[in-house]
Design a protein around this ligand. Structure first.
Ligand SMILES: NC(=O)C1=CN([C@@H]2O[C@H](COP(=O)(O)OP(=O)(O)OC[C@H]3O[C@@H](n4cnc5c(N)ncnc54)[C@H](OP(=O)(O)O)[C@@H]3O)[C@@H](O)[C@H]2O)C=CC1
Ligand SMILES: CC(C)(CO)C(=O)C(=O)O
Length: 306
């Protein structure tokens, strides 16, 4: 199977390298110092699930005319529009494009640049970061994809992608209602990103401080209420289930937004806590806890040198 990965950072670099090592015909679209390092020394994964050094790495230049059966997009939300245009030039007419962003708005952004027939849904459960150009650091054991069709014609392509994941020892579940799965991640992830940035701490110290944990819980409840108001069928037990999930995460787990904050990078705030607030206001759902955390972080959203 021919797979292209646009954005070779924590998410794209990890899953792309595993797929390549598992035998998929894989090529990356990468840029900057990280892309240059991949070109000269390959891509290195440092992972509790096993280190990997992929060399050589196949990198696609602007001139690439090849078409791919699947295109995974793993750039930050603020780069998605441009990446979607690139995906349109790389995906086969019957291929699938799978966005792996956190947030609930990636599919809508992709549909502005691509035929709806090609745009599928995806969720990535993993924690990691680019440690230095050419090197991805994976933290913890979690490394899982959730994939789902948004058009019946995408099923064979997604099944083939799931088989390629299986061959690469990457856990990938095909689900019937992927938008619901995207929301099920969003309802804890947006609050998780918000509260860890608000506290400037990983999740362990947040759990240990009742005031922070109560604020986090309030934010999860608000995000679930917003999803429901928008017609997403989220089960009654979801809040408790998501709190238990976050309760079981390793104490030193950081959100990718906290890592970005600490590195002075732009934040995905407007698509995470900001989206809870924006969509909540649109739907007439009160979101005071999220709005307060959003307000505190908003001045930092553009990236502030550490
Ligand atoms: N990190 C994590 O633990 C997780 C992240 N996510 C989500 O996944 C998405 C990706 O995050 P993450 O992997 O952390 O991001 P990273 O910043 O680690 O990687 C993104 C990479 O894509 C590059 N890029 C951006 N636009 C283009 C483009 N047009 N062509 C080629 N390369 C491009 C970036 O380059 P440059 O640096 O030059 O901008 C960067 O190297 C986000 O939405 C995030 O919320 C989901 C689960 C876990
Ligand atoms: C919380 C985590 C690590 C889970 O996948 C995540 O998605 C992120 O911080 O971006």
């Amino acid at each position: 199977m021919r797979v292209a990965v646009i954005g070779a950072g924590a998410v794209g670099g990890y899953f792309g390298a595993r797929l390549a090592a598992g035998g998929a015909g894989l090529a990356f679209v990468a840029r900057g110092a990280h892309g240059a390092a991949m070109r000269s020394h390959g891509l290195r994964l440092l992972s509790p699930r096993g280190d990997l050094h992929l060399e050589p790495v196949r990198l696609l230049g602007e001139e690439a005319r090849e078409r791919f059966d699947a295109v995974l997009i793993a750039v930050k939300m603020y780069d998605l529009e441009a990446a979607a245009r690139r995906a349109a030039a790389l995906v086969a007419s019957d291929g699938v494009v799978v966005p792996l962003q956190n947030g609930v708005e990636a599919v809508d952004i992709l549909r502005r640049q691509l035929a709806a027939r090609n745009v599928a849904g995806g969720v990535a459960y993993i924690a990691g970061a680019i440690e230095e150009p050419g090197v991805i650091r994976h933290s913890g054991q979690m490394a899982r994809l959730v994939l789902g069709a948004l058009d019946e014609r995408q099923r064979p392509g997604l099944e083939a992608l799931a088989r390629a994941c299986d061959a690469a020892d990457v856990e990938a579940a095909l689900v019937p209602d992927v938008m619901r799965e995207i929301w099920k991640k969003f309802v804890f992830l947006a609050p998780f990103a918000g509260i860890t940035c608000f506290a400037r701490k990983p999740i362990g110290p947040v759990r240990d401080q009742p005031a922070l944990w109560h604020r986090f819980e309030a934010m999860v409840r608000e995000a679930v209420a917003v999803g429901r108001a928008r017609g997403v069928e989220l089960p009654d037990e979801l809040v408790e289930e998501r709190l238990a999930f976050v309760g079981g995460l390793p104490a030193d787990m950081r959100s990718s937004m906290l890592t970005d904050l600490e590195n002075g990078r732009r934040l995905e705030l407007d698509w995470l806590v900001g989206a809870v607030v924006r969509l909540g206001v649109e739907a007439g759902v009160p979101v005071p806890a999220s709005a307060e955390v959003y307000g505190m972080l908003e001045p930092l959203a553009g990236g502030v040198a550490p």
